[in-house]
Design a protein around this ligand. Structure first.
Ligand code: AHR
Length: 493
């Protein structure tokens, strides 16, 4: 007797690997004391880049890294971050704790990090406080092979060849910290900045407009109406899951009741509505879906860990956050006709991080393990799903207990990622695969005794991926029992 049913059908659509992207801002201990450490810290390093972090991120195949912000991007002046480090100007990071930014991590350091990670750099240019000329010259510095003065500077600074950066953000949150603009004003600004951010030989820029804040549908409407689709590769959208839904008191990362957990998941599932409604507006102006919806800031945002600098946004990461990551990635996979890029905020030591560090120690969060489990979907063919899920009810309200996405890789293997949000009840699911042949199933699961469980420096492997054996072939059907509060990915051969 099954509680849920699923039908999977093959399609021609690809789930872009860029949905699995990451974001790293000059914020708190994300770059400084995260990726980029003191030269005396006793860990393996290249220059000052931590290589244990690089190895962990290579393992999950991060496809892109967005930098330098966030709000920081619109006060960042790229010329401050090149040349001899001792001579680089210092500035105040006004958005994040008022700390002094010494600019030791700049353009060359970021691109060296991207190379070590084997991922595409995604640079967010400064529209809020930078000029059109400044952005234009940054692109020339990066991508031109001419003998212009800025290109000579790049060569003197140690990089003779063009960097070939393609993903290019034109401002960040221009409706807020990026300049408090109206969408009409921003659309005009986008066209100015984008016109002078040139394509150099072999490197056509993929320009991404600063898009809406969560459910600001008017922003999307105005940008789509006023910016020619030929000028814009993508339109970004930012949405954070706040446990309480209240920016003043967001809720704890580690101490919450079932009701609070349930409310958090309601807020997480809002991503489905946001992506659907923004996509519907984009469809009106771009029926061929040429412009990508780029969800380049997402994740759970809680109150900071007690005793830490509130401007550093350092938070622990529990099994709940793993369920949030898996649910959100399922939503993106299922909308991969329009969502072609995304970035979780913010990789190391900030918000929903994949990795936490304490001096030389490092741990992988439950969220990291979800990205490890889900990497099989990168660039795989999307499988269309029809799902009937039981409800999960708390306090008189209900949400679907189960959410799912699935794909078929180039070798023909099918991967089905299932999330059971119910804290106490396992769900048995019966699946029909249309036109897909398979004979064997195996899987991986992430769960733990309590939804509040976390990995700590004392117990770094409390939550990790384990083999899942509760799935079998029954005739033509796949039957699996998904434990309470767990994420399972099945592989069918
Ligand atoms: O990720 C933290 C901040 O959230 C970013 O700097 C900003 O873009 C957003 O408001």
């Amino acid at each position: 007797q099954s509680d849920a049913s699923l039908t999977l059908t093959a399609t021609d659509r690809t789930i872009s690997k860029h949905i699995y992207g990451q974001f790293a801002e000059h914020l708190g201990r994300g770059i400084y004391d995260g990726f980029w450490v003191d030269k005396n810290l006793p860990v393996a390093k290249q220059d000052r880049i931590r290589l244990d972090i690089v190895a962990a991120l290579r393992q999950i195949k991060i496809p892109n890294l967005r930098w330098p912000g966030g709000c920081f991007a619109d006060e960042y002046h790229w010329r401050d971050g090149i040349g001899p480090r001792a001579q680089r100007p210092r500035m105040v990071n006004t958005n994040w704790g008022g700390v002094t930014e010494d600019n030791s991590f700049g353009t060359h350091e970021f691109l060296e990090l991207s190379k070590l990670l084997g991922c595409e750099p995604y640079i967010a240019g400064n529209v809020g406080s930078g000029t059109v000329e400044e952005m234009s010259k940054w692109v020339e510095y990066l991508n031109s092979n001419s003998s212009s003065t800025v290109v000579q500077m790049r060569k003197q600074n140690g990089h003779p060849e063009p960097y070939k950066v393609t993903y290019w953000g034109v401002g960040n949150e221009s409706w807020g910290c990026g300049g408090n603009m109206t969408p009409e004003f921003y659309a005009d600004q986008f066209k100015r900045y984008a016109s002078f951010a040139k394509d150099y030989p072999g490197t056509p820029l993929k320009k991404i407009a600063s898009g809406p804040n969560a459910d600001d549908y008017n922003w999307t409407e105005v940008c789509m109406k006023n910016i020619p689709t030929s000028m814009m590769w993508g339109l970004s959208m930012h949405y954070y899951t706040l446990p309480t839904g209240n920016w003043g008191k967001k809720g704890s990362a580690t101490a919450f009741t079932e009701q609070e957990y349930f409310n958090t998941m309601v807020n997480c599932l809002k991503m489905e509505e946001l992506v659907s409604k923004h996509s519907a507006i984009m469809d009106k102006y771009d029926p061929k879906k040429k412009v990508a919806l780029v969800v380049d800031e997402w994740g759970v945002w809680t109150d900071p860990e007690p005793g830490t600098n509130p401007g550093f946004l350092f938070q622990q990461n529990s099994l709940r956050d793993a369920l949030i990551a898996a649910t959100t990635l399922n939503i993106f996979n299922n909308h991969s006709d329009r969502v072609k890029m995304a970035a979780l905020a913010q990789t190391v030591n900030v918000l929903q991080a994949l990795i936490l560090t304490d001096k030389e120690k490092m741990l992988l969060t439950p969220t990291y393990h979800i990205f490890d489990m889900y990497k099989v979907h990168q660039d795989a063919k999307y499988l269309d799903i029809k799902l009937k899920s039981p409800d999960y009810e708390v306090g008189g309200k209900s949400i679907p207990a189960v959410n799912v996405s699935a794909s078929q890789d180039a070798a023909g293997k099918v991967h089905i990622s299932l999330v059971n949000l119910n804290l106490t009840k396992a769900v048995t699911i019966s699946t029909v695969l249309k036109d897909i042949k398979w004979i064997a199933v195996k899987g991986q699961v992430l769960t733990s005794a309590n939804i509040t469980d976390v990995n700590t420096f004392q117990q770094p492997n409390k939550l990790q991926l384990r083999a899942f054996t509760n799935a079998k072939k029954e005739g033509d059907k796949l039957v699996a029992t998904i434990p309470a509060k767990s994420v399972v990915t099945l592989e069918l051969n």
